[in-house]
Design a protein around this ligand. Sequence first.
Ligand code: ZN
Length: 221
Amino acid sequence: MRPIRATTAATAAALAAAVALAAAPAARAGGGPGACYRALDARGVAWTHADRPGIDLGVEVEGPLGGVTYQAFSGKPLVLDCSLVVSLAEAGPYFVALGIDRVTFSSAYQVRNVRGTRRRSKHSFGLAIDVHTFHGPELGTVNVERDFEQGLGDAADCVGQPLTQGGAVLKRLECQLVASGLFDLVLNPDYDSDHYNHFHLQARRWRDRDELHAERRALYR
Ligand SMILES: [Zn+2]
């Protein structure tokens, strides 16, 4: 895990907890769908089953995930594949360490193709979510469109030298999420112009997770 500079002792303590959590074995895919649902329960997630076309293990989220509340611009409930919900719940401490307790999202489960292709977007399977803004009592609001500083960081230093507090929070969070191994893909405005205003967070299907975790954990150990 690449260290992220902490600004306060409280942040450092929360970050240490997040790092410890990330270093622990992640939820295993072995045991089939039941193991995913049990992983939600073990992480204190309030949820119900939600059957949707295309979603393998459909879940409606009814409370915060790892200390973070997810609010839809549409006002609709959050429906995702169980696998992504487990990842978001495990990633919660990274958000909390940066003062974030609430986020807003646009697309979660939505049947559509990747723009300009005939390939189904992972949103079609409930395996991706587009997060736009991040909120906390001391943080205020940080907005990807307004605050993300493009072109930061490199292979040796993921965070780089952000110029603003909002830019620092977003880049630190993104680096943590990438390094965590909880996500198959994390896209930000550096990726392309379609992602100018959000982070796209994507997980693998539950039955495909173990392989990814083993690869990522070997890389960042
Ligand atoms: Zn997306």
